[in-house]
Design a protein around this ligand. Structure first.
Ligand code: BEZ
Length: 392
């Protein structure tokens, strides 16, 4: 078995602790330990990287402390492998004595983490994975999401496409929780506006052999194609779609996860692709302009939506731990996260009763290396959270 990459980082005043003995005048507060599960390998590795960069930026901006306590991250590469998630999460709590959990990107991994957080009564903050159940039928007092639900980031696409005269479409995705939810959400949004899904195709996660499915799409001849892919797999899909010649004949309308963080790796293969997402390049928010300047200075690159979600996770922890005065008990932290309001780079958003962001969903279009902001698809969109009874 491959050894798990497990690293511990301590931050004090925004700087990595050196070996030099400090002159201690009074007992220093014990560090808060955060078990951080993100992919550092595989197709979602770029997402894990920028989430962590956003999170670290938020901590640095708080002087390396939350709730007047220094913070340690115990970091595990979850490999986007749901089968290993319960073991990784349990070890972060028992062996590594983490006070709370943050993770992950892949819906299946987050579902595994949620079970461990529930069983151990620890706080879990999800900085990406959109599995609808996490903030619907499976919602829990001590589980919060700072990103989106899969429903939120695909259903608004149907109207965008219908408004442009699209009546038939094919959908293509990976066969796992998120892919299935994106396929269902696409159908719901598109059919509600008179559209018809003429092909619903999938391949196992994280495979990227798209050619046979592209041949099927060419045979069906839909007016448009939609998809859910992300990370390295999304870059490969956009490349293959353009190289197959389909891009010149059938336009792509996608959830913005497919065009985030990958445009630097492409030439013009994604040019003109229209998408919906809770972030865009060129948003008219002051918080975004400040964030982009600071992120560029800290990490030498422009941020993507995943970086924003990491940053907002840090904002959530900063506010919550300040209210609890550094106390990490799940009950106290959960109470302080209820109804929290964020002045985020993505715009103002509010934590719903089901613990998911109520947020604006934007229309974007790929222009050069940017997911350019075109307009608002839906203002303050709240996930239906079907089956969640929290707060009622
Ligand atoms: C998910 O598995 O929920 C997911 C992964 C990448 C981007 C968006 C959602």
């Amino acid at each position: 078995m491959r050894p798990v990459r497990r690293q511990i980082f301590s931050w004090v005043g925004g700087a990595l602790l050196s070996g030099a003995a400090p002159r201690i005048l009074r007992a220093a507060p014990t560090p808060i330990r955060i078990g951080l599960m993100l992919p550092a390998s595989g197709t979602f590795a770029p997402l894990g990287k920028t989430i962590q960069q956003g999170l670290r930026l938020a901590l640095t901006q708080s002087g390396g402390q939350w709730g007047k306590r220094p913070v340690e991250f115990v970091v595990v590469d979850d490999e986007s492998n749901p089968a290993k998630a319960p073991e990784h999460a349990s070890r972060l709590l028992s062996r590594d004595r983490s006070d709370l959990l943050v993770g992950s990107v892949h819906s299946g991994v987050a579902l595994g983490m949620a079970k461990v957080a529930r069983d151990n009564n620890k706080l879990l903050i999800i900085p990406n994975a959109g599995a609808n159940a996490l903030t619907a039928a499976g919602c829990t007092e001590n589980i919060f999401r700072t990103s989106f639900s899969n429903w939120q980031t695909i259903v608004p696409l149907g109207k965008v496409m219908a408004d442009r005269g699209v009546r038939t479409a094919a959908f293509i995705t990976w066969k796992y929780t998120a892919g299935q939810e994106y396929s269902a959400g696409f159908k719901e949004g598109f059919e509600a506006h008179g559209g018809r899904v003429v092909a619903d195709l999938s391949l196992p996660f994280p495979q990227v052999e798209f050619a046979p499915l592209l041949t099927q799409i060419a045979a069906v001849k839909p007016q448009a194609v939609s998809c859910f892919f992300s990370g390295a797999g999304a870059a490969k899909f956009l490349l293959d779609y353009a190289q197959s010649g389909l891009k010149d004949k059938i336009p792509l309308f996608v959830t913005g996860h497919a065009t985030e963080g990958i445009l630097q790796a492409l030439n013009t293969e994604a040019e003109g692709v229209v998408s919906v997402l809770h972030y865009a390049d060129g948003l008219p928010h002051r918080a975004d302009q400040t964030f982009r300047k600071n992120f560029q200075a800290a990490h030498g690159a422009q941020p993507d939506v995943f970086a924003v979600q990491g940053f907002d996770t840090g904002l959530a922890l900063a506010q919550a731990l300040s209210k609890t005065k550094g106390e990490t008990d799940a009950k106290a932290l959960s109470a302080s996260l209820e109804g929290m309001v964020f002045d985020s780079p993505r715009g103002r958003w509010v934590m719903s009763k089901a613990h998911n962001p109520i947020q604006d969903i934007y229309v974007r279009e790929v222009k050069g290396k940017r997911n350019a902001y075109i307009g608002i698809a839906v203002k303050a969109l709240e996930d239906p959270a079907t089956g969640c009874t929290l707060g009622s």
